[in-house]
Design a protein around this ligand. Structure first.
Ligand code: PHE
Length: 504
């Protein structure tokens, strides 16, 4: 069976931008920039983008496209012993979808709650109390929250429908789910900056604090943000690259994807901080007391700002809808891209029929997701995300860059990339892949571990963090088992020393 292909270059590029631009751009980036030096953060941010982000993304597109393979198969083509790294990446990604879709479920609910601004003057009480009915800690799961369960069902159904016809249905979806959130961010941004007090908010985001650049943590955060934001190390970009023709331009596509992703982040920063400035002015508190990131920003702080926007309930409902539709369409492409990475991996190795895989995966994803749809689910979401989004990402990133940079050879990959790309890449690519990326990631990992020991994450009870750690450790074990199972495809095991064009 021939490998599926993207219908057009834009289908691929939009799908890649869609995966990269996710909730992280809207709720992680602005807060990250604000708390790591404001305007000065753009220095480490762009340094990280150019010396690590673009090279690793290019490498992932390159091996996916060059070997016409998902992450585990591409790793296998480089070295037999490396296959498990690809599985580690995609299984981690699969686990992420279990809770990412729960966040999608919350957003579905908030579309509804936006109508009439259901949180009134108490968005915090509404979110944690009325909506989540949050328990006191991870030890108490409480009952299932049915509105979330229903939202979760819708989220999985949607993912299934988008992926059902592979690149064909994905291509059609990203034509609107990628531009729409950008348009909505523009609208929200314009509304934001025309509100009184917006400038104060934007000052907090852009005013440079250069002293911060002396702190290695700020640099670590910049690199971490870039890696997470570009959706690397979870097998997504390798799978997406594998649906291109071997002769597709790689350098160009990488740069467009990376810059499109960053543009979305900046736009989100403006949309968020202008409104925070307005809210600070209205409530007479300093901006730094209202800022937040993550769940708190999306479901508490921004909703609170919405209820202060002039124009009455109808205008507020419309802004609320715009905000949550923006989050939904921003997040959905990231969610299904992770499922696609797993599907590509399973398809390559086990020749599983795409539709059966998707149905099975969606059901399993829904069932596992129920843990996060309980009253204590938020705690578990946070704990598991900490281990997957931070530790697994770092370890897989280190291993992947070593396998591609050293075992396959950065130079060989670069020769292939240059043979198909308009822009020619210099030897900085080799230095980045072989030295900069592994060294920087090892450094970040060490910093994280040191912090973790001093200050266990989130103040959660030790046993609950131990469970998070257990999940983290179980993934590579499972990955090794998957790698050991013989493939149904006899060509799967052939190690390739070069990327050639013969088969085409
Ligand atoms: N890049 C996404 C974001 O910024 C998160 C993500 C990571 C999605 C990895 C898919 C794969 O939100």
């Amino acid at each position: 069976m021939a490998r599926q292909k993207w219908g057009s270059r834009w289908a691929f590029v939009l799908a890649a931008i869609g995966s990269a631009a996710g909730l992280g751009n809207a709720w992680r980036f602005p807060y990250m920039a604000y708390s790591n030096g404001g305007g000065a953060f753009y220095i480490p941010y762009f340094v990280a983008l150019f010396i690590a982000g673009i090279p690793i993304l290019m490498a992932e597109f390159g091996v996916g496209q060059g070997f016409q393979a998902s992450a585990p198969k591409a790793m296998r083509k480089i070295s037999k012993g490396a296959e498990f790294i690809g599985w580690w990446a995609v299984i981690t990604g699969a686990i992420i979808t279990f809770y990412y879709n729960v966040i999608m479920a919350w957003i579905f609910n908030y579309l509804y709650h936006s109508l009439g601004v259901a949180w009134k003057n108490d968005p915090k009480g509404f979110f944690f109390g009325d909506f989540l009915k949050l328990t006191d800690g991870p030890g108490q799961l409480g009952g299932l929250r049915w509105p979330i369960v229903i939202g979760l069902f819708i989220a999985w159904l949607w993912v299934y429908l988008i992926l059902r016809k592979g690149t064909e249905s994905v291509g059609k979806t990203v034509m609107w789910t990628v531009p729409l959130p950008i348009i909505l961010l523009l609208i929200l941004g314009i509304r934001g900056i025309t509100l009184p007090g917006a400038a104060t908010g934007l000052n907090f985001l852009f005013e440079p604090n250069f002293a911060k650049l002396a702190d290695p943590r700020v640099w670590a955060n910049a690199f971490g943000q870039i890696f997470f934001s570009l959706s690397v190390a979870f097998g997504v970009m390798i799978a997406y690259g594998s649906y291109n023709d071997k002769k597709n331009d790689i350098a160009n596509n990488t740069i467009i994807t990376a810059l499109g992703n960053s543009a979305t982040s900046f736009l989100a920063g403006i949309a968020v901080f202008s409104v925070l400035g307005y809210m600070a002015q209205q409530t007479n508190v300093p901006v730094d007391e209202v800022v937040s990131g993550g769940v708190g920003l999306a479901f508490v702080v921004y909703p609170q700002a919405i209820s202060l926007i002039p124009g009455g309930p109808i205008v507020q409902s419309i802004i609320g809808l715009a905000f949550f539709v923006m989050l939904l369409t921003l997040g959905i492409d990231s969610a299904f891209s992770l499922v696609e990475a797993a599907e590509a991996a399973a398809g390559d190795k086990f020749k599983i029929n795409m539709k059966s895989f998707l149905i099975g995966f969606s059901i399993v994803g829904f069932i596992f997701g129920l843990i996060f749809a309980t009253q204590g689910g938020l705690y578990w979401l946070d704990i598991i995300d900490h281990f997957m989004g931070t530790y697994a990402l770092l370890v897989v990133g280190i291993l992947e860059s070593i396998v591609i940079g050293w075992i396959f050879g950065a130079k060989k990959l670069r020769d292939y990339i240059n043979s198909v790309s308009e822009i020619k890449i210099g030897s900085w690519f080799d230095i980045s892949l072989k030295y900069v990326i592994p060294i920087v990631l090892i450094f970040i990992l060490a910093l994280n571990i040191a912090d973790e020991i001093k200050n266990p994450y989130g103040g959660y009870p030790g046993w609950s963090l131990a469970i998070g750690f257990l999940v983290f450790i179980l993934v590579p074990i499972l990955a090794v088992i998957f790698a050991k199972i013989p493939s149904k495809d006899e060509k799967y095991d052939v190690v390739e020393k070069e990327i050639t064009f013969e088969e085409e």
